[in-house]
Design a protein around this ligand. Structure first.
Ligand code: CO
Length: 151
């Protein structure tokens, strides 16, 4: 019994001393409307964000078959090609090319009045890297894109 307590005490001490700082999750919010627009042209996070929770809200009224929106993140050098591949993937795939390694992260496609969230790790993102977020619904990428900045 005493031995168990001693081990327990040691474990607690080790945990307290060796505990890494708690992972920091940063919240980001963006909305999209029936006019093919996001409400932000840039999203920024600090480099101390270990994870990001992004919430996309569709403030419009049109259904997703007509005015679908998603939030997809890729390198700026890749985003237009990904949008093109999304177009070819079609509505059944939510206009996202399956298993495409150029997509860093994406939300599902939503319609008016809906909201969706994703939480992702920033380990694969570089501070100062050139990233763009965009919507892959047909025709939207031209108007719906913005910079994703890691400071
Ligand atoms: Co859209």
């Amino acid at each position: 019994m005493q031995k168990t307590l001693a081990i327990l005490a040691l474990t607690v001490c080790a945990a307290l001393i060796g505990a890494p700082a708690a992972a920091k999750t940063c919240d980001l919010e963006i909305s999209a409307n029936d006019m093919i627009q996001y409400d932000k042209s840039e999203l920024r996070i600090g480099k101390d964000c270990d994870k990001v929770k992004l919430t996309l809200t569709h403030t419009g009224k049109l259904p997703k078959t007509q005015m679908g929106h998603n939030w997809v993140l890729a390198k700026t050098s890749d985003y237009q090609a990904v949008a093109q591949a999304g177009l070819q993937a079609g509505p059944d795939k939510g206009y996202l090319p399956e298993g495409d390694g150029r997509i860093i992260v994406h939300t599902e496609l939503i319609g008016g009045g809906e909201s969706t969230s994703i939480t992702f790790d920033t380990a694969n993102l570089k501070a100062g890297g050139d990233y763009t977020f965009f919507c892959t619904f047909p025709g939207h990428v031209v108007l719906m894109n913005g910079k994703f900045v890691i400071e």
